[in-house]
Design a protein around this ligand. Sequence first.
Ligand code: HEC
Length: 84
Amino acid sequence: MRRLGRPATIGACALAVALVAVAAYSAAGGGRRAEIAAGRALYAAHCASCHGADLEGQPEWQRTLPSGRMPAPPHDASGHTDYG
Ligand code: HEC
């Protein structure tokens, strides 16, 4: 009985570990989706007015304004300036 019990126990443990791993993976995925959605909303509220709704930046963003300041640059997928 003990000899049969051990593989069954190991099997049950492996199954439990696999289920926990799957649960953790889905939870992480769900959390990431929520973070991305929150980031989208924050960008629209606080950044899009200058950097553009589609990350396009301001017109002629590489040209210094008469004020001596720079227009907002377009963003690439990493959030940095898209020098294109
Ligand atoms: C009032 C206009 C304005 C708003 C609003 C604004 N930016 Fe900017 N942003 C600029 C300008 C102008 C520059 C370029 C500054 C320079 O060249 O000196 C810049 C530069 C950047 C850069 C540097 C690009 C790089 O390559 O590292 C990042 C990143 C950035 N902004 C992100 C954001 C984020 C994120 C938000 C919203 C939370 C935001 N900006 C809101 C005007 C704005």
